[in-house]
Design a protein around this ligand. Structure first.
Ligand code: IPT
Length: 268
């Protein structure tokens, strides 16, 4: 049996860990996985066609897609089942997504509980539905506590962008007390910038990431972050796809996976 995985840039830690989990679980189930990597959502249709030509019996799509893009891809692939991993939970497609609002709320509430009020936000790219949902979740959680972020910047998920944006966010006369970062790789860049500027983490600045990729416990200091269980997501997606045979036409299954806060040493 053969499954297809269409994924965004595998040089990023989160998608590569998802792909790894998918491969592992498929292997255990005796299935193989053909991987197609795309740089832009517009390339997804060609990837679907290419994988269908290779007779995959199910498709996983881990590319940030707008609702209409996902809905049209699902229609193009029919009757082959497709499961989307990076869409809004409102899209009328089969999806398995981490709860971005819950994750954002957990990070923001953690900082508020520590007594921080001057909080900066470093979001992910505007083109990512998940990045937008995390930003919206931070803003609404802070607003509910009567707190307005002291600064907002946007990176591209890379550590390099985290480093560069941190230099901007930390350039002012008054430092934020804390920063919420939309992923661990950008948080790595933020902490590097802090080290260079002599800003103590967490003494002067608390840093919260998002993902809990496998290296995040090894950052200096070990990163407090919102854990998305990538292994579990990969495993469940493979199991769902392999169970789909012949069930075309059934109602979309929208599953939201809960996330958890992992407290390490970058917040105080
Ligand atoms: C999301 C990660 O949180 C982020 O770090 C980045 O790697 C992004 O993927 C790439 O698209 S996780 C995704 C399943 C929402």
């Amino acid at each position: 049996r053969t499954l297809g995985l269409i994924t965004t840039d595998l040089a990023l830690h989160a998608p590569s860990q998802i792909a790894s989990a998918v491969k592992t679980r498929a292997g255990e189930c005796g299935a193989s996985v053909l991987i197609s990597m795309v740089e832009h959502p517009q390339q997804c249709l060609a990837a679907v066609q290419e994988l269908l030509a290779q007779r995959v019996e199910g498709l996983l799509v881990n590319v940030p897609l707008e609702d209409e893009q996902a809905e049209s891809l699902q229609a193009q692939a029919a009757p082959v089942p497709v499961l989307f991993l990076d869409v809004s939970p409102g899209a009328r497609v089969h999806s398995l997504v981490f709860d971005a609002e819950q994750g954002a709320a957990l990070g923001a509430q953690h900082l508020l509980a520590l007594g921080h009020q001057r909080i900066a936000l470093l979001g992910g790219p505007q083109s990512s539905v998940s990045a937008r949902a995390r930003l919206a979740g931070w803003l609404s959680t802070l607003a509910a506590a009567g707190v307005e972020p002291c600064a907002i910047a946007q990176g591209d998920w890379s550590a390099a962008s985290g480093y560069e944006k941190a230099h901007q966010l930390l350039a002012g006369a008054t430092l934020p007390q804390a920063i919420l970062v939309a992923n661990d790789q950008m948080a790595l860049g933020v902490m590097r910038a802090c080290a260079e500027k002599g800003i103590a983490v967490p003494g002067q600045l608390s840093v919260v990431g998002f993902d809990d990729t496998t290296d995040s416990a090894w950052f200096t200091p070990p990163l407090t972050t919102v854990r998305q269980a990538f292994r579990e997501a990969g495993l469940r997606s493979v199991e769902w796809l392999l169970a789909q045979q012949g069930s075309a036409g059934q109602a979309p299954a929208q599953t939201r996976l809960p996330v958890t806060l992992v407290e390490r040493h970058s917040t105080a």
